[in-house]
Write a protein of this length. Sequence first.
Length: 172
Amino acid sequence: MSISYSAPSRLLELADWESLPDDELHHVELVEGVLRVSPRPQFRHQDVLGRVYRALCTRLPPRWTALIEVEIVVEGDPFPTVRVPDVVAVPSGLVGRRARCEASEVRLAVEVLSPGTRRTDRIMKADEYASAGIEHYVLVDPEGATAVVALHEGRYVEVDALELDGVRIDLD
């Protein structure tokens, strides 16, 4: 099934976002009311994403759960930003309750860098996630090093390791 998008004549609100059809062929996000549609990630990206997800599933403290491609409302009305990180860690009690999370419920966001998303992931999403209060952000570069940052005084600073609830989590 193919889904086509027409350019909206106005900025979208959260209700507009919710009324969009499900699209498994594209990566779709909403940025300050503007719909952003891009191709699904390549196999290499998916492979790295899967490895990160499996590592988190086995290493997260019990009260946290790793999920893939969950909608996160980073900014609300009137013109929201809804991002879809590759992997998130949320409280286990949220699983199955709804399809979307508020940024305040997300403890960790992970992005696997792709050629077309490097600038967005490193600059825009880092700023949005920090402003929204997401405590940890991990950038996984399939071609290089993994950067782990933690929120400190409203900004991300690089840290040596990811740590949740006193548990050090190695993603290698």
